[in-house]
Design a protein around this ligand. Structure first.
Ligand SMILES: [Zn+2]
Length: 255
């Protein structure tokens, strides 16, 4: 990265200042690009790690240097190959941060559960994590501790696909049901990725090139309160679980 610009203070809020983020990143070579759950994890040549999170509406692009900037471009890292990494984030819930090894250890990124799509836990591992837990499975899927990467939409869809009621206490789910849940999570994520993700009416989530994802039409329960279940016709219900809107079929997902 031969030049770094941060155009919105909030984007740098996980570092002590915009100046710190810029100073540490400038001159660094990118050695690796990974993703873990909802975090983009970029390894740098001096053992720092750059971490990005899209928040509700962020997207990273790699764009030719000098090409017109979209509005809400809050971070730009110029590369030596004629391109720039840009972070466009209208709502500024996302961020870009840089951590040394100690800070990385404390950041929470290292405490995430296994990645839901590329490295999911086995049903035994998931059972061990959930053992004794009385919290609803919906909340446990969202807390990123057992499995990381599921947000509200895909948690609801995964529970529907496995026939689990969202309020089921995590600790009472048996091995067979956990296997079904893991399979459902994989299928839901694979379909969502194939369809470019789920863009709702708010257009918060967009692909890097600005197009909308096409997965919304695949949703079985999320956002379908009162509409008939695709399997049994029963109206989909909505409840609030730990503050998050939760959709399920009371027939297919009985407690
Ligand atoms: Zn149903």
């Amino acid at each position: 990265m031969i030049g770094v610009e941060v155009c919105h203070e909030r984007t740098a809020r996980h570092n002590s200042s915009v100046a710190e983020l810029v100073a540490i990143l400038t001159g660094r070579r990118i050695d690796s690009v990974d993703r873990h759950g909802k975090f983009l994890v970029i390894g740098l040549d001096d053992s720092h790690t750059m971490v990005g999170h899209l928040g509700m509406s962020g997207r990273f692009t790699v764009t030719e240097t000098g090409a017109p900037r979209e509005s809400h471009t809050h971070f730009v890292a110029r590369l030596d190959d004629g391109n720039e990494i840009r972070f466009i984030d209208p709502r500024t819930f996302g961020f870009v941060a840089v951590y040394d090894e100690d800070e990385m250890g404390r950041s929470g990124v290292t405490r995430l559960g296994r990645d839901a799509y590329v490295d999911p836990p086995t049903s035994d591992e998931l059972a061990a994590y959930l053992e004794g837990r009385t919290a609803p499975i919906k909340a446990l899927l969202l807390d990123q501790g057992s499995i990381s990467g599921l947000g509200n939409i895909y948690a609801d869809e995964s529970l529907f696909g496995s026939g689990l009621h969202p309020l089921t206490p995590g600790g009472v789910i048996d091995g067979e049901a956990l296997t079904a849940l893991l399979e459902s999570i994989y299928n839901v994520l694979e379909s969502a990725i194939d369809n470019g993700g789920t863009t709702l009416d708010d257009l918060a989530y967009l692909l890097p090139d600005g197009r909308a994802g096409r997965n919304r039409s695949q949703l079985a329960v999320y956002g379908r309160e009162g509409e008939p279940c695709i399997k049994c016709g029963t109206p989909i219900e909505r409840v609030i679980v730990r503050g998050r809107s939760t959709h399920y079929c009371p027939e297919c997902q009985s407690r």
